[in-house]
Design a protein around this ligand. Sequence first.
Ligand code: LCV
Ligand code: LCV
Length: 276
Amino acid sequence: MELVKCTIENRVAFLEMQNSKKLNCLSRALCNELIEGFASLKNRDILAIVICAEKGCKVWSAGHDIKELPTDSNDPLSFNVAMEKLLREVQNAIVPVIALVEGSVWGGACDLCTVCDMIVASDTSTFAITPAKIGIPYNTSGIMHFVNTMSLNKAKELFFTASPISSQDAYNMGFVNYVASPEKLRDVLEEKILSKMRGNSVLAISAIKRQFSLLTRATANLPMEAFENIQDMRRLAYQDGADYIEGISAFIEKRKPVFKGKACDLDAILEKDKKI
Ligand code: LCV
Ligand code: LCV
């Protein structure tokens, strides 16, 4: 693996993203290496997995690699894209996964943090979920990750503003477990979480982690048509809506996007929803 370093220290595995020159973008290559890292840890005697970046990085991860987003009307966040597979890998891990965050966190990387079991962040870190900035209607499992991790109002604020919040704000809303100075980050992780877990039953912790994962992914009993409507709505937004292509082009051309999509464009789809 060239983009991810996997080490085990005192029964804790560290998966360190080492592609800071590309701002640790969750490219297919980086996601696949992280997935490989998880696979290599499956039968190891460990009590937790920590996802981190190199010490001193300004950007923990700039999120999905925008230059890899499809522009051929394929769903940018479909079930089988590498980033989505990584998010499921974290949720399916049989030991707790902790995000150790230094630097800013963007888009899909913020979603990666929500699916981790705990977050220890530096006091200079920020978190932003940014699909609205690119014209992406995000996806249902991703939205549910945020619904399960914070209040609805804060989750909506993060999605609708697509603006970063500080790690202190994220701590105040219960999203981040501990905030520390960059120099103290690992010590706080060890003292507040790992040292206490070490004295407990990893078997019991694993059984509890698996229950959290199953229970938080249970859906409300939505009528089947609702899922089809969600898909229609999303497809209309990323396929027929011009905003998505404009969002990607603007980013690559380093200019502000000019979005032309209107909320009422979705009405035809929503009309169908009312008939359920
Ligand atoms: C590809 C990049 C990226 C990048 N991809 O440095 O959540 S969703 O639905 O939106 C999902 C689809 C998703 O995760 O989308 C990605 C969301 N990420 C973002 O919105 C972050 C976009 N990046 C930035 O805002 C800035 O790059 C930050 C603040 C991270 C760093 O700013 P800084 O001024 O330090 P530059 O912007 O100059 O970026 C340096 C190089 O990295 C590329 C960017 O295009 C530039 O490339 P060139 O040197 O070739 O110009 N880059 C940055 N982020 N996500 N490429
Ligand atoms: C029987 C006890 C107990 C006790 N049972 O006094 O959540 S789950 O799934 O784990 C669930 C199964 C559950 O609820 O499990 C129990 C969880 N409880 C704990 O882990 C607390 C265990 N107890 C303690 O940590 C200490 O006893 C505290 C901190 C509560 C009090 O400490 P203190 O030094 O004041 P002792 O430990 O000396 O306890 C006094 C007597 O009470 C018994 C203990 O065995 C001792 O009995 P002896 O005097 O016969 O030695 N005791 C305390 N808790 N949960 N017995």
